[in-house]
Design a protein around this ligand. Sequence first.
Ligand SMILES: [Zn+2]
Length: 161
Amino acid sequence: MHRSIVGFHQDLEQHWVAELDCGHCQHTRHEPPFFPRPWVITAAGRLAQIGQFLNCVLCDRQEIPTGYAPYRRTPLFANDSIPQGLRARHTITKGVWGKIYVQLGSLRYRIHDPYHTEIILVGGASPAENRDRQGIVLPEVEHEVEPLDNVEFFVEFWKKV
Ligand SMILES: [Zn+2]
């Protein structure tokens, strides 16, 4: 999905890397003739790119950015204590990622634009079994949850440390 550039840094080999508002980074090397990006060489050129969009495949893969760690979690929610806000379309804030842990029962996790996917998160599955259906919550992507039976789950929030 498209994420906006918030800054730049150089990697160990002095190649320029764009920092995106999702927390991911993306190389923006000047490598003519295939990747001509002469603007990346100058401070003014880089500054002019702040706010521009790049397609972030790491978001598409639902990978929590490296350097992120959990810093807060919600209480354990059961059917009668799920906040209404979680059942309706909502987002988490820029730069913050989430992980939904289902302890019991099953929970429908619906991700809206641009992904339009639905995952059934099942409690009790081992991490390996659950690998393909982890509830990864992307920053600023609308989503909602719906209990399919008696569920217990909590959400953990991750940010850059
Ligand atoms: Zn990203």
